[in-house]
Design a protein around this ligand. Structure first.
Ligand code: C5P
Length: 221
């Protein structure tokens, strides 16, 4: 049996990857599967939490016992996360949120025309949701957790990102072949604003999720 150490807590988890539309049929997206976020939602339910799962384009079955809010774009994900975060004890931003979106949405499908160069795509910045909820803290003592994929200097880059975003915990994945995107397993280094460092060996995404909740539960109590 699992300790119900999150009983009475409301946690918000974002999962998946945002899609930023160019026209009615095309979008800019990323390869996030949503599996790590879903593992976080399942394990939080098992530990007794009320769970809101903001799911961006995952196509995964709803985890039993979680409130699932489907979203498409970063702007929609922001709305859903901010709304759910209003009374949340913890917010875990596992979703891969697009940093940029096309500045213009074409109401009709963009067409190729004989002898014409394609029009350039202008990008505009999306809001940084993690930085925003970290700065606002809808509730005193609310815990905010971010994710980061790094290819090199994992600790230094992770520490810098943790400080920049202002969150309490940052789960840093070293990106490489076979790792992270779409895989069933994951490994990570979890950096805490209080200085703690927890390394999670290669294993099921549930194990990483449970370690995140261990760190969250310890800091909530
Ligand atoms: O800056 P970077 O994209 O590496 O940060 C990753 C973390 O920030 C993830 O937790 C992601 O969910 C969050 N993020 C966000 N809003 C953005 C971009 C990333 O909340 N626009």
């Amino acid at each position: 049996a699992v300790e119900p150490d999150l009983a009475g807590r409301h946690v918000v988890v974002s999962a998946g990857g945002t899609r930023e539309p160019l026209d009615p049929v095309r979008f800019l997206g990323n390869r996030s599967s949503g599996k790590q976020g879903y593992a976080l939602a399942r394990t939080a339910v098992a530990r007794g939490a009320r769970v809101t799962l903001v799911a961006a384009n995952t196509g995964l079955p709803d985890p039993a016992g979680a409130d699932v809010v489907p979203v498409g774009t970063a702007v929609q994900l922001r709305e859903a996360v901010l709304k759910a975060a209003a009374d949340a004890d913890a917010v875990v931003m596992a979703a891969a949120v697009a940093d940029f979106r096309p500045g213009r949405y074409a109401e009709g499908k963009i067409k190729k025309r004989e002898g014409e160069e394609p029009a350039p795509v202008e990008l505009v910045r999306n809001p940084d949701i993690l930085a925003e909820i970290s700065a606002e803290r809808a509730r005193p003592g609310q815990l905010v957790v971010g994710f980061a994929a790094e290819t090199d200097d994992v600790v230094a880059n992770g520490r810098a990102k943790l400080a920049r975003k202002g969150c309490d915990l940052l789960v840093v994945n070293e990106v490489g072949e076979r790792k992270t995107f779409g895989a069933e397993e994951n490994e990570a280094l979890i950096l805490a604003a209080d200085g703690a460092e927890t390394s999670v060996p290669y294993g099921p995404k549930e194990a990483l999720a449970d370690t995140v909740w261990d760190l969250v539960a310890a800091r909530l109590s």
